[in-house]
Design a protein around this ligand. Sequence first.
Ligand SMILES: [Zn+2]
Length: 169
Amino acid sequence: MKLPICSFDAKTGVLCPKCEEKLAKGIISKTDVEVSMKLVKLASDHPSLDKITLKRAIDLGDAMVLVLGSGDLARLREERGLYSALRKTLGKRVWAVEEDASDRRMLEDLVYPAKIASMNIIWLPDGTKLTKAVIPGRRTERFPVDLDQVERIFKVVKGVDLKIEFERT
Ligand SMILES: [Zn+2]
């Protein structure tokens, strides 16, 4: 597993001077360090984790976002039960995204298995832009994805103001 800190540090639970400095300079966060250490422990029971790259981890309070390397989502989905093991280890809802995914790809990954009908940038009168995404059909009681959280993830990971709506109300 590739981590924001040395794997040796993650295994021993102690940061080397180089990683300490990165943390002090804000190149990596406390969350990156904590999540790296937890993932290394979890990887002993879940070898699929060994193949992934954790770029950074973002704590949203009630959820954790794992920003991963290219192709890692497929690796995570390969193993049944891995998401629930992650949720248990990290103590909150876990979302995973790939760092280099386009806006559209990232959104599709986050709302999966729901689909995206369209995604457009709208310029507001004050010169700021808003990305509007539309999900086909109408929102039902059973809609499985927390869209407010998806919008927050877009803001923190991509710096994009996203508004998700349903095609029909
Ligand atoms: Zn280190």
